[in-house]
Design a protein around this ligand. Sequence first.
Ligand SMILES: [Zn+2]
Ligand SMILES: [Zn+2]
Length: 361
Amino acid sequence: MNLTEIAKVKSKYKEPIGPDKMKKTESIIEVKEEFEDGLYGIEEHEYLQVLFYFHKSEGYDLISKRRIGGEKGLFASRSPRRASGIGITTVELLKREGNKLYVYGLDAIDGTPVVDIKPYASFMDEASISLQKNNPRYKIEKMIRYQNIDELLLKAGEFHGHYCPFLALGVLAAADALKRMQKADAGMEKLLAVVETNSCFSDGIQVVSGATFANNALIYRDLGKTAVTFVSREGGNLRYYLKNDKFLEKDYTEAKELFEKVVARREGSRAEEKKLKELWKKIAFEIIEEDIAKYFKVERDIEIEVPDYAPIFEDKYCQECGEKIMAVKAVEKENQDYCKKCAQAEYIQLDGSGLTVKKFD
Ligand SMILES: [Zn+2]
Ligand SMILES: [Zn+2]
């Protein structure tokens, strides 16, 4: 067997530091001239798998004590001291300049020999697809267990459409609560989230807790407070209230002023809008690094009334439009059933202003 060095890593790290820190850096893979043609078309790929050689580590143990989880066998660990000395990692390809690949997330030190590069293919390399088919919240539960809050915020951003401080606060609160309550199996109404606001905060809560608008585990109380109570149907609850409500004014003055201009007064230019988006993102990812106590007052086992499991209602049909309606929402007029629209009845709407009573006319 023989391995060929095809490239070398250029990194600001000359010595190994923690893998978490190393994964968060940009580095360059400098491909040897004779292999440069082999990079043809690589720009089409966003992610690459890089195989490299741990040139500085010597020897190996078949069983050793690991950073997390106690003693482990060599092949059950990611130790850099390996029988063949091969490391593998997935990186983001930022750009290519000739024989240089600028990448993010390469946990190899400066001077590491690279032995192979190939594009990451989710259908081949994504290991958790079947696990996620069995449990849709598999990944999120894992993130909660290991408190990978930044990954949770990425997930929440997927759902919410942007990153913002209040989304981050929702993520932070829910990740803390679920870890403490060890109720990672939310989503089937065992864990309820009683939210007191319909701001960005509540989207962070929904994604992380799995208590959502439509699975009836999210309960909305129109109180207008940045607060949430996580309630286990098996007993116990935790309420989080944002006590540090002036954090934007205090810690992020520029962003707060820009927000007032762009969002509140709608006077911002395109450039200012972009700037705010950037700042919002930066702040969001800073917030989740903080201690929960910096932002929240946390109370345990407060007095709270929660509804029963959502009932399954029978259906009725509107006499006028013919559309099917949940029986409890039907309006009866002269022994006939109508929908609220045809009956011109009052209904309640949840929108930016919270809950409001509306009427069709
Ligand atoms: Zn938002
Ligand atoms: Zn109708």
